[in-house]
Design a protein around this ligand. Structure first.
Ligand code: HEC
Length: 154
């Protein structure tokens, strides 16, 4: 007799649990609101970029340094000119010169223009502006920013 009551109770409990689980599954599966295609596209793009940066800390570091130091004059999208030229794949444009030349340009472009470096002179003649000097950036920081300029452009 007692065993039967116990058995019935367990059966009811199992049944009730199952019902609750099905109900819960419905609530979870149902989207809270329909995203417009634009919203979906935006969040997908941001997620993609976030994912790229998570997998690649150097890219994240370069992007942050770029935002803090360079984005006032160089477009963050790396594609369009602003006050300064777009910096997407900029290393390629300096390929004819030793790596230090590009680093020196970023640290003190004025000095290079004065010294008559051909690339520096050409840039100055084209833009007729002088870029800020960044004498305190380390090699590692410049490397990360240039990495962002190359990788972030695609
Ligand atoms: C105040 C505006 C300004 C800021 C801030 C600035 N730049 Fe520039 N940058 C320029 C201008 C203008 C030029 C074009 C050359 C010239 O006239 O000096 C240039 C040119 C360059 C070039 C050469 C581009 C080429 O086509 O070869 C590089 C590389 C560069 N900047 C990197 C940087 C980096 C990295 C930072 C941040 C650490 C930075 N710039 C911050 C204004 C700026």
């Amino acid at each position: 007799m007692n065993a039967k009551i116990l058995y019935d109770t367990i059966l009811r409990l199992v049944f009730a649990t199952l019902l609750l689980m099905i109900l819960f599954a419905f609530i979870v599966i149902k989207e809270p609101h329909e995203m417009t295609s634009k919203e979906a596209e935006n969040s997908e793009t941001t997620q993609l970029i976030d994912l790229k940066e998570k997998r690649d800390p150097k890219l994240a570091k370069g992007k942050l340094l770029f935002k803090n130091n360079c984005a006032a004059c160089h477009n963050k999208n790396l594609k369009d000119d602003l006050t300064g030229p777009a910096l997407g794949n900029v290393s390629e444009r300096w390929e004819a010169y030793p790596k230090e030349d590009l680093y020196n340009w970023i640290r003190n472009s004025q000095l290079m223009i004065e010294e008559g470096h051909p690339k520096a002179k050409a840039l100055y003649e084209k833009y007729k502006l002088t870029m800020n000097a960044f004498p305190n950036l380390t090699d590692e920081e410049i490397e990360a920013m240039l990495y962002f300029c190359d990788k972030g452009a695609d």
